[in-house]
Design a protein around this ligand. Structure first.
Ligand code: RVP
Length: 497
């Protein structure tokens, strides 16, 4: 037995001291891009993201819809592996099909359907426009568009057919398959349409272009896209069925894989990494983890991991520390692993990026994690709160929440992640709710502005510079408590009396 001299500390126990901010340090110069996979020191990584955020490998978080939205913002999602191989591969394929700009039309209706039916369809999908095709399929004959502004539940009979209120194809602009994205966008603006249907020579729908995508593209400009301009997406794998799962995910087009395990310091992970190198060389990229110290990092880096994920027990829905007594405060874990990453880079000339996974409760924790040396962050709770996550929106006492459950909860029963054999015997996660927070696009944009602002105060314009120069200070227990109390009084003024 040995006891480490340091205390296990979390992000909330640190603050950043400002460094000198000079004229070169302006928001437009801040570059938050990060390497995702290992590379030679001084050379670029083969896979980079403009925004250092990836979504957690969780059923409550990473759906194709969230993956597309996050890639549009410059991050990357990891589709979860706690589902049949074919289902996971289809989710990956759905993201890859969704070519930037040209969307597979997923909200379609027949002209004979009722206004009530199309209303329900749009409400369930949280969309405004449906495409009308003869058979209601995404590849049917294009007949028109119907949007929420074409009918009103109080003015129109919901039993009437879609045909009575749709805008027919004859009065709409369409474009032939093969049109360039920039020409399609010009047409959208000229025709003042929100949707531009792309049709083949027989009049069949092939895809659609949305005005909102154009606006998002202009807003974010740094989408995560592959060489064919398709959105990038990652996928989780486990140490059990990897011989079948990995080939299926690679065939579906996954850009990067990640071993999904609560404790990654194991020979099973090394076996999977060897399998990938033997089968695919460096053409398939795979991260491993999770680890909480330098030994775990070194083991996985030497076994060939493309990035290493850090964190045990810090997830907001995680009870592993209570159940098994295993884990480490996320800040201490990162500090230890960062030291080893840098030593490994000096010795081998190979930089293996670190992903800090879990434990981000406030946006400021993201800045602290990056200051500690994380290259990018994996977030569960953060993304679960948004429209784009796959979980249900529920109202409790007039307040909106999204469901959010851990992979080790009875609901997910992700036995492969917790090494509990074929079935989950005891829970390592909880099933709960997170306050609903609206659109991913709006929130990511605000969060990035905050991180940028922190970096400017700290005199940094790039993440490597931030890693080098950030100055952190520990917060005393007394000031931590005072801060909590300030927040309590601010949120509930009645507590003052
Ligand atoms: P958070 O962002 O704090 O919600 O944490 C998300 C992370 O928590 C995931 O990426 C994963 O590592 C971990 N997790 C997922 N499920 C569970 C569990 O049930 N214990 N933990």
């Amino acid at each position: 037995m040995r006891i480490l001299p340091e205390i296990s500390r979390t992000f909330g126990e640190y603050l950043l001291l400002p460094n000198l901010t000079d004229e070169a340090c302006t928001p437009d110069r801040v570059d938050l891009s990060a390497p995702v996979v290992r590379h030679r020191v001084g050379e670029p990584s083969a896979l980079r993201i403009a925004v250092p955020m990836v979504s957690a490998i969780m059923g409550a978080v990473s759906s194709p819809r969230l993956a597309i939205a996050l890639a549009q913002c410059g991050g990357l999602a990891f589709i979860h592996q706690n589902q049949p191989i074919a289902a996971q591969a289809e989710m990956v394929a759905a993201v890859k099909r969704h070519k930037a700009g040209f969307r597979h039309s997923d909200i379609n209706i027949k002209p004979s359907a009722t206004l009530g039916e199309v209303g329900d369809l749009l409400a369930a999908a949280e969309r405004d426009v449906a495409v009308v095709t003869d058979d209601g399929s995404p590849g049917g004959m294009f007949l028109g568009l119907i949007s929420t502004s074409d009918f009103n539940v109080h003015r129109h009979d919901l039993g009437d057919s879609v045909e009575t209120r749709m805008r027919p194809a004859a009065g709409l602009a369409t474009a032939p398959a093969g049109i360039s994205l920039s020409d399609a966008n010009t047409l959208i603006w000229d025709a003042r349409q929100d949707v531009l249907p792309i049709v083949d020579e027989d009049g069949r729908l092939t895809s659609i272009v949305l005005r909102r995508d154009y606006e998002l593209h202009k807003q974010f400009r740094k989408e995560s896209i592959d060489q064919d301009k398709r959105f990038m997406v990652g996928a989780g794998v486990n140490t059990h069925d990897y011989r079948e799962r990995i080939p299926a995910l690679v065939a579906a087009g996954a850009d990067v894989l990640c071993l999904d395990s609560s404790d990654g310091y194991s020979t099973w992970q090394s076996d999977v990494l060897r399998f990938v190198r033997e089968q695919y060389g460096d053409t398939v990229r795979i991260g491993a983890g999770n680890v909480v110290d330098g030994r775990g990092f070194r083991y996985l880096a030497e076994a060939g991991a493309d990035f290493v994920k850090v964190g045990i027990g810090g997830g907001s829905i995680c009870i592993t520390r209570d159940q098994k007594g295993i884990g480490r405060g996320q800040a201490s874990a990162l500090a230890d692993v960062v030291r080893e990453r840098d030593a490994y880079a000096r010795e081998t000339g190979q930089y293996v990026p670190l992903c800090s996974d879990g434990g981000v409760l406030h946006d400021s924790h993201m800045a602290i994690a990056l200051a500690f040396g994380a290259d990018f962050l994996m977030l569960g709770r953060y993304f679960a709160r948004y429209d784009e996550s796959p979980s249900s929106l529920v109202k409790v006492d007039g307040q909106l929440f999204k469901e959010y459950w851990g992979e080790g909860s009875q609901r997910a029963r992700n036995a492969a992640r917790y090494g509990q054999g074929k079935a989950l015997v005891f829970e390592e996660g909880v099933d709960g709710y997170v306050p609903y927070a609206g659109s991913l696009y709006d929130n990511v944009s605000i969060t990035l502005t905050k991180i940028t602002s922190t970096m400017i105060s700290c005199g940094s314009t790039t993440l490597p510079q931030f890693h080098q120069t950030a100055t952190l200070v520990e917060v005393s227990h007394q000031s931590y408590l005072q801060n909590r109390e300030d927040v309590r009084l601010r949120d509930r003024p009645s507590a003052l009396s």
